[in-house]
Design a protein around this ligand. Structure first.
Ligand SMILES: C[C@H](O)[C@@H](O)[C@@H](O)C(=O)COP(=O)(O)O
Ligand SMILES: [Zn+2]
Length: 216
């Protein structure tokens, strides 16, 4: 895809993220790896007002093109691309249930085998740091090596995948897991978890299982 097509795809992903109920207002941001850096949504801009020209190129050193302001979270988007050569798209949101679990500063444990979507047996939660900081990017860089989906304490979710469709799919799956977890916590009952051995089996199976769509 050329830059214009990728920019359109970024905006469509943002709009779909809101349509799926995974975000609200101007929260969240989306990027794709591009040349030696990335294309990313602009800061503080309602998704429905974005055009292809609004999308900002940021190089691998964090230098952005003139006349445009990238998302305040450009540090952690770059950090994801540095940490993982296997992902080319990043979605960040403040989805209701993911944010709720992140406020508890909890990882989502193996309540259901779909927890394996991130590539490990839980969805980690990285420590809190102020939005838009190097500190937050440092935490993200470590966390994302463990799992393609991570919670940011007192903030929200990051999902990284090979393309935007897959990253959004992952974000949606994790929001469902987070909703189940919040419901389970509210029962005040002990929560049975899948054993490590079973999660190892599922994780192995997931290596050859994936979303069978290629991005258009
Ligand atoms: C304050 C921001 O909303 C922050 O939470 C950031 O993480 C976010 O989600 C949206 O910021 P940008 O509009 O700068 O991408
Ligand atoms: Zn945010």
């Amino acid at each position: 895809m050329n830059r214009k097509e990728l920019s359109r795809k970024i905006i469509d992903t943002c709009l779909e993220m809101t349509r799926l109920g995974l975000n609200q207002g101007t929260a969240g941001n989306v990027s794709v790896r591009y040349q030696d850096g990335m294309l990313i949504t602009p800061t503080g801009t309602p998704y429905e007002l974005m055009t292809e020209d609004s999308i900002v190129y940021v190089d691998k050193n964090g230098k952005h093109e003139e006349g445009k302001l990238p998302s305040s979270e450009w540090h952690f988007h770059l950090a994801v691309y540095e940490a993982r050569a296997d992902v080319d798209a990043v979605v960040h949101n403040h989805a209701m249930n993911c944010a709720a679990v992140s406020i508890l500063e909890k990882a989502i444990p193996p309540i259901h085998y779909m927890i394996a979507v991130g590539g490990t047996d839980h969805i980690p939660c990285v420590p809190y740091a102020t939005f838009g900081t190097h500190k937050l990017a440092e935490y993200v860089k470590e966390g994302i090596k463990e799992s393609k989906a991570i919670l940011l304490a007192h903030h929200g979710l990051i999902a990284a995948e090979k393309n935007l469709d897959k990253a959004l799919w992952l974000a949606h799956e994790v929001e469902v897991l987070a909703e189940w977890y919040i419901k389970l916590l509210s029962t005040n009952q002990p929560i049975p978890l899948l054993p490590k051995e079973e999660m190892a089996v599922v994780l192995e199976k997931f290596k050859s299982y994936g979303l069978r769509i290629e991005e258009k």
